[in-house]
Design a protein around this ligand. Structure first.
Ligand SMILES: [Zn+2]
Ligand SMILES: [Zn+2]
Length: 263
């Protein structure tokens, strides 16, 4: 069913928050019957981020090149996931102009200056309603698309990952409370030709829908969106290709098709 689809979002030990070897990731892709994946290690530009200064382009690229020799049966491409923040726009642009990647994901991971997991913990501890405190998060996603620097927008409704309300925070919740920035973001994806990622990492933490949730994917289709890319956001080998078969079926049922975004 999903044998033709790459996993477009996989982290290796070149990411500060992963210890996965390239060989183990490739082994799992084979085991799952995937045709391959895209390495998208974290590249961070904010000095307060735990991953700041940890990414090394040359060794990462060389390791990927070496992997090609032992994975002739797989398509494995070299990419990155960049945390988009407007204040680092020129540094991100300079970096991307100076380095070659097959695929770059732009993701929002912050609300203003605060990293999303700590922001969510603080908001819920202090009783700040999630219905109206995440405008900055969604605006960062919109700005990522509008920057025209990325091939793909990462995990559009990512805050749900860190809420105590968990799976109650469906795509319908975000669309109800952040309708304008979300529709603006989906429209910008179509206008700029930026792929919308359907990220299945949610299924590892108890959700029955990906990032973004089904209601947002329906809105994307209603705006004229036809194609999405699949990703697992794997940080461990066993997470490559999480829930792809169930998600592919549901995407097709909802009138969306799946593309591979790399040549
Ligand atoms: Zn991310
Ligand atoms: Zn990621």
């Amino acid at each position: 069913m999903y044998g033709a689809f790459l996993d477009h979002h996989v982290h290796s030990a070149s990411s500060w928050d992963s210890e996965s070897s390239l060989e183990a990731l490739a082994g799992q892709a084979r085991h799952r019957g995937l045709p391959g994946f895209v390495l998208t290690d974290h590249v961070e530009f904010d000095p307060t981020d735990p991953g700041f200064g940890t990414y090394r382009y040359e060794p990462s690229r060389l390791a990927w090149e070496d992997l090609q020799d032992v994975t002739p049966d797989l398509k494995i491409r070299f990419g990155a996931e960049i945390t988009h923040q407007e204040k680092h726009l020129s540094a991100i642009r300079d970096f991307l102009h100076a380095h070659r990647f097959h695929w770059v994901i732009g993701s929002a991971h912050y609300v203003g200056r605060e990293e999303i997991s700590s922001f969510m913990a603080r908001a819920e501890t202090e009783g700040i309603p999630l219905e109206d405190c995440l405008g900055e998060f969604f605006k960062a996603g919109l700005r990522a698309v509008e920057s025209n620097l990325y091939d793909c927008l990462g995990h559009l409704d990512f805050p749900k990952r860190y809420s105590r309300r968990g799976p109650a925070l469906t795509g319908a919740f975000w669309l109800e409370h952040y309708r304008k920035p979300i529709l603006d973001t989906l429209t910008a994806c179509l206008d700029y030709g930026v792929f919308l990622e359907v990220n299945t990492g949610t299924y590892r933490v108890g959700f029955d829908e990906p990032y973004p949730g089904w209601a947002i994917l329906d809105a994307y289709r209603d705006l004229g969106g036809r194609e999405v890319v699949l990703s697992s956001d794997a940080h461990r080998p066993e997470d490559v290709g999480t829930a792809f078969s169930v998600v592919v079926k549901e995407l097709v049922r909802r009138g969306l098709s799946i593309r591979n975004g790399v040549a």
